[in-house]
Ligand binder design. Structure first.
Ligand code: NAP
Length: 331
């Protein structure tokens, strides 16, 4: 099969389309023919080996490149074969899910990481969902966001942020989004009742406070974030920083300071880590089917331009999600 692989750490130029052996589904795994993949910040973190401190995790990071050379984590596609001990899936089922190495024509995925794709949800929308929407929901849970919560979402125009705004509004929260000038209308259209333009310093200048501040960027000092949180409020730190910024530690220093100093500062700090969750994904794709959640897909690249999709995310900054779907040859 063909797959987008890397041999060394670096920016999107290190990615190349290569012939690699077809995966064979092991026990508990399902072989999926990939129809669409969305790219995530997780892909450039792995591709660039950033933050550098993450490379100490030798289960994921090798000396010169990630242990899994194929990028991509989100997938929508069709079940082509099932491995031993798989009961819930059959050949021909339409699925979506989250697993490493999806920027390929085929991928073997643990059966427990997959959800059924309803007929009313297309492959592009489905591929845009798993990691970003699951992260958004996990972060809102960490902040106990519900009816009436005054929530600030920093990074509201990105893959996770566009879901976080919509899911919070659906929970009855009053949402303020932070984004750049070009994305103000987008974030308002998702249901935010106010927007702050970070390119004009509106976050730093703001005197408003919020019950929950969800930071999906990770490049602001703790004292700036602290000032935005109301008394007895919550600070949810989930931003991984921007490519090439943040030095050796990236946002890890912020997470550590937040965890240590939060209590002293009178703020409840959490640093959630989202995991693949098929039950949650089933709920989220159901919301999309019923029209209660809209994947914002900025752009769809053909499979042969997968490297350009990663470059767009890394360099240009996506609005919502970027998807790789289908083959240029079949168009
Ligand atoms: N903890 C977890 O489990 C988990 C899971 C997934 C992702 N993440 C992290 O969540 C973050 C968001 O992921 P994503 O996929 O949504 O990334 P993304 O699609 O690349 O979005 C990045 C966002 O950052 C915003 N941004 C960039 N610089 C900014 C600044 N100086 N001030 C305010 N906003 C700024 C961009 O807005 P504009 O373009 O409008 O400026 C955009 O909305 C990443 O850092 C990722 O590492 C964490």
């Amino acid at each position: 099969m063909r797959a987008w692989v890397q041999d060394v750490y670096g920016s999107a130029e290190v990615m190349r389309l290569a012939e690699v052996p077809d995966p064979v589904p092991g026990a508990g795994e399902v072989l999926v023919r990939v129809a669409a993949v969305s790219v995530n910040a997780a892909d450039w973190h792995l591709m660039r080996g950033e933050p550098r401190v993450a490379r100490l995790d030798r289960t994921t990071f090798g000396r010169r490149a990630p242990k899994q050379p194929i990028r991509g984590r989100d997938v929508a596609g069709t079940v082509l074969a099932v491995g031993p001990d798989v009961q819930d899936w059959q050949v021909g089922d339409e699925v979506l899910g989250e697993h490493e190495g999806t920027m390929a024509e085929l991928v073997a995925v643990p059966a427990t990481c997959l959800a059924r794709r309803p007929t009313g949800v297309g492959v592009v929308e489905a591929a845009a969902l798993p990691l970003a929407a699951t992260t958004a929901a996990t972060c809102l849970d960490a902040g106990r966001v519900g009816e009436g919560t005054r929530l600030l979402v920093i990074g509201a125009s990105g893959g996770v942020g566009t879901y976080a705004v919509q899911l919070a509004v659906a929970r009855g929260a009053e949402v303020t989004g932070v984004c750049s000038t070009r994305n103000l209308d987008l974030v308002t259209s998702l249901g935010a009742s106010a927007v702050l333009d970070h390119t004009r310093g509106e976050v730093e200048r703001s005197s408003a406070t919020y019950d929950v501040v969800l930071d999906l960027v990770g490049n602001r000092p703790l004292r700036v974030l602290r000032r935005l949180v109301a008394r007895r409020g919550r600070l949810v730190l989930a931003g991984g920083g921007n490519p090439g910024e943040g030095g050796y530690l990236g946002p890890i220093g912020l997470f550590a300071r937040g965890a240590l100093l939060g209590r002293l500062m009178g703020v409840r700090v959490s640093v959630p880590v989202a995991k693949p969750d098929a039950a949650r994904l089933t709920e989220l794709v159901g919301m999309v089917e019923r029209g209660g959640l809209r994947p914002v897909v900025e752009r769809v690249y053909p499979f042969e331009e997968g490297g350009a999709a990663l470059r767009h995310l890394e360099v240009d900054r996506a609005r919502g999600k970027v998807v790789v779907a289908g083959s240029a040859q079949s168009e």
